[in-house]
Design a protein around this ligand. Sequence first.
Ligand code: ASP
Length: 429
Amino acid sequence: MNTTFKVLLGMVFGILVGLVLNLTGLNADGTWANSYLTDGAFKVVGSMFVNALKMLVVPLVFFSLVCGVCGIGDIKLLGRIGSKSFLLYLVTTAIAIAAALTIATGFGIGEGMNAESSANFSGKASPPLSTVLINIIPSNPISAMAQGDMLPVIFFSIMFGVSILMVGKKATVVSDFIEALNEIMMKMVNIIMAVAPYAVFCLIARAIADLGMDLLAQLLGYVLVLIGVLLFHLFVTLQLILKVLSGLNPVTFMKKMRNTQVFAFSTSSSNATIPVTLRTVTQRMGVKNSVASFTVPFGATINMDGTAIMQGVATVFIANIYNVELGMMGYLTVIFMSVLASIGTAGVPGVGLIMLSMVFSQVGLPIEGIGLILGVDRLLDMVRTAVNVSGDAMVSTVVAKSEGQLDERIYNDPDAGNLSDLHLEQNQA
Ligand code: ASP
């Protein structure tokens, strides 16, 4: 049985066990299953795995990006890749939220519900644009790396790579060294992937066991419309863009993305999924490292289609519940704010709610309204993160294709980079 299949099995079993624990009440506080399984073994194994992924993110991004820049060898091309991916990330996010607003308004979700049951939620402020811009340049690269701040790390890595290129021959010893380090990091990704099926099982079983099923039923309209729009974006919008802009086969893309989506789903973090996305995009899709090393971490930070969709659906839902008329201006503000907010916030669990409070305060919706949807956000966070990473991978593939940096033989080979050949054996050279 190959690892790809085992990861999917881990997900299915995780959902089943989680449902059983939840529905039978076995997971209630203080019970045996709760202390030893959900908050015991599942939590430990799952968190160890997420930590292991996060452990790789900063060094992997640094080494692969420096390698990527050295590999491109052309600063103009780097500029083109940067501007193309930035533009595509913005456009896809804007399309995502526009679709969300349209569909949610069409369904009239939340109409006729009253706002009495509102829980408390006090919003956290998202950083203003000026701060985001200033912080792209790290005053201390080591501290940016220690904090895992992606944009400044990306900035420093590109500067470092460009400088290696400018120094030329004398610096080849450094670029060779970093290339070896990059390969070592990729090997570490493979090692961690080997235990993924069990970790995925634990993460998903725990998340589902903790779900508030009664809340889910109460908020059914919101949950269904949101998941519907997320799936629409994933299966229709992203695939159309892929087909139109690159001519590549969307079915192949979706098949190869499945595993990465499971990782995003179980970790709820685009950032923690970076090592997996990077591996999939380079080894399964055939995108050259020179493109992927930049577009993937960049996308994980600034591109959040799924999260933007949640902003749209939640805005319509809460506006209807509180009987607030948003009007055309309101909707445009939501689109604009969501796109901006997704640039300024990192892809970590639950960040969508922070963005939402920013949007709400901008259009004058009560922030405490977020309390209403808080209880079901854990599950929705999982689904939208899977959509987020799919957008990152799609844009990476399209940009690579347009710049002649995509190996179509790899893209069209169903087994390329499959998890079944993890190459855990030692190289004998
Ligand atoms: N968890 C999401 C991500 O990492 C962000 C969010 O929607 O909360 O991409």
